[in-house]
Ligand binder design. Structure first.
Ligand code: ATP
Ligand code: MG
Length: 535
């Protein structure tokens, strides 16, 4: 499938002009959290661009920040990307390049392009100036190459404590681009790294490490999000001054932001701490693990991402668009009768034990099965009111006749209530002439509802997920104030027996939702059959 976007155009040009004959892209997550739907844009686009042009796609863990990172994230991230079907051609870790990075830092020092600064972080920050004021040179800026080499070696050897010294690139303290004002490229951090263990006590900063990682791997097109646009000059500076053989090109695109959905690591941590969700894989979150648990088909995610292309802007996207793709992906799932919140109906004039009603499901012979019917059935509580409220009510009410899908017309005659006054049973009558499949047309019923036979139906649970936040939630409010109290509701339900034996796991629960069968006695909603979108 061809999806044009500006990066694709750049790549086509680079191949046509012979700048590259093989393209290499990468997805470079920092293993400090879980992936969400936003990341899927980067993963799928990098993967697709590489594959469409016969190129190579790398997965590289940008593990240069030992304090925030953890091996559990490495596994979780790989699992998510595998699930998306974006298999990487090679797996790399930035930490594998620590030795080369130090060599490159030494090269910069030798060229007079880097120096060790003894000043504390606050002073360095204060000297950087701002957009209107040029920065001031550090008093250590003119240190000799020899002294810098000795000090940098001492930093590496662990002679100093955290923050005591840094290595800075010597670029331009008066640059209008703040990122060019002698950025810190190495810091001291006596921390245990999940892969290199205790081998290092200096770690490279993003602006130095990232371009080197890309260049080392021969990445041709380095895609990143817009907030790095201002970092492109330092990216190019590092590649050039470090004399990297391969010259990657950084290209920025807009982040994918989902309206009214939670993906921020901090916010999710709060929700986990407050017990609102159990973990990152909660089906109400737009984390990739949450979407997977909810049963969102991967193909729907791909279509959603491609339909949005690669905009240069960061507008918010509605989750409704993903839901549309899920619906079209699940449209051919076998239909089942699932009655949520069941209400017993006794058909007082139905003779005998019951029968099997022939039903050819979905024109697919393998899905053919018969539907049991007898004098006791269940319908949804919401499909009945005592008194028909208005003309729009196309369901059951006392004295009103409806068609039971695939069966007969029934008419509600009376109700049985419990001590609390709640309706626990409907007494109804049926008309044998109205059997489905006969061309009975003497009168029209007041709508069609579905049912499950009481004896042969199977009790299950049925869970519906709704957004975690109330509509237009103000994120600055305390979490309690903006949570949707009904974001997860589990109902008792009845399904026809075939719902347990038909090939699954996806079904179309007639009149309500696309559902997923989790196990024989538990179903949940993936998406409603129709959008609830209000214009
Ligand atoms: P952090 O705040 O920790 O940097 P992050 O979500 O940016 O979090 P990274 O591991 O840095 O996490 O992201 C990996 C890659 O995913 C980066 O290349 C980044 O540009 C891209 N990415 C992150 N968020 C989005 C998003 N919302 N839409 C598209 N791409 C994204
Ligand atoms: Mg990031």
């Amino acid at each position: 499938m061809e999806h044009s976007n500006f990066i694709r155009t750049i790549i086509e040009e680079d191949l046509n002009t012979g700048k590259h004959d093989h393209i290499v892209t990468r997805f470079p997550p920092e293993p400090n959290g879980f992936l969400h739907l936003g990341h899927a844009r980067s993963i799928i686009m990098n993967y697709t661009l590489a594959k469409d042009f016969g190129g190579t796609f790398h997965l590289r863990f940008d593990d240069t920040n030992p304090v925030k990172e953890d091996a559990t994230f490495i596994e979780a991230i790989q699992k998510d990307i595998e699930w998306l079907g974006c298999s990487w051609d090679a797996l790399y870790f930035a930490s594998d390049y620590f030795e080369i990075m130090v060599e490159k830092a030494i090269l910069l020092i030798q060229k007079g392009k880097a120096y060790v600064d003894d000043q504390p972080a606050e002073v360095i920050k204060a000297q950087r100036g701002d957009l209107k004021t040029p920065g001031q040179n550090s008093p250590f800026r003119e240190r000799s190459v020899e002294e810098n080499l000795t000090l940098f070696q001492a930093m590496r050897d662990g002679k100093y404590s955290d923050g005591e010294k840094v290595l800075r690139a010597k670029v331009d303290m008066a640059s209008p681009n703040m990122n060019m004002r002698d950025p810190v490229i190495y810091r001291i951090q006596h921390a245990h790294h999940h892969r290199t263990k205790d081998a290092w006590c200096i770690y490279p900063m993003y602006d130095f490490a990232h371009p080197l990682e890309d260049a080392i791997e021969g990445i041709t097109h380095s895609l990143c999000t817009l907030e790095f646009e201002d970092h492109r000059p330092i990216y190019d500076w590092v590649v050039r001054e470090c004399e990297m053989e391969s010259v990657p090109r950084q290209i920025e695109f807009g982040k994918l932001k989902i309206a009214n959905e939670i993906s921020g690591k901090r916010f999710i941590n709060t929700l986990v701490a407050d017990g609102v969700v159990d973990d990152y894989a909660d089906p109400r979150l737009v984390t990739l693990s949450g979407l997977r648990k909810k049963g969102v088909p991967v193909a729907a995610i791909h279509r959603f991402i491609h339909s949005l292309g690669l905009p240069k802007s960061e507008g918010e996207t509605s989750l409704q668009m993903l839901e549309e793709e899920i619906r079209s992906e699940l449209a051919s799932s076998p239909r089942i009768h699932l009655v949520k919140d069941p209400l017993l109906v006794t058909i007082t004039n139905y003779p005998g034990e019951g029968e099997m009603l022939t039903h050819a499901a979905d024109q697919d012979e393998t899905l053919m099965r018969d539907i049991p019917f007898s004098s006791q059935i269940y319908i949804e509580k919401d499909d009945f009111v005592v008194e028909k409220p208005n003309k729009k009510w196309k369901r059951l009410a006392l004295g009103i006749e409806v068609r039971l899908m695939h069966a007969y017309f029934i008419q509600a005659e009376s109700v049985v209530t419990d001590e609390a006054g709640d309706i626990v049973e409907i007494k109804a009558t049926y008309d044998v002439q109205t059997k489905s499949g006969t061309d009975f047309n003497a009168r029209k019923p007041n709508g069609t509802i579905h049912f499950v036979d009481a004896k042969q139906g199977v009790p299950v649970t049925y869970t519906e997920y709704e957004p975690l936040l109330i509509e237009n939630a103000d994120r600055s409010q305390p979490v309690d104030a903006i949570l949707n109290p009904e974001s997860m509701k589990t109902y008792s339900a009845m399904v026809e027996p075939a719902a347990l034996t038909l090939p699954g796991p996806y079904f179309q629960a007639i009149r309500s939702s696309y559902v997923k069968r989790d196990d024989a006695h538990a179903f949940h909603r993936v998406v409603a059959l129709r959008s609830s979108f209000k214009k």
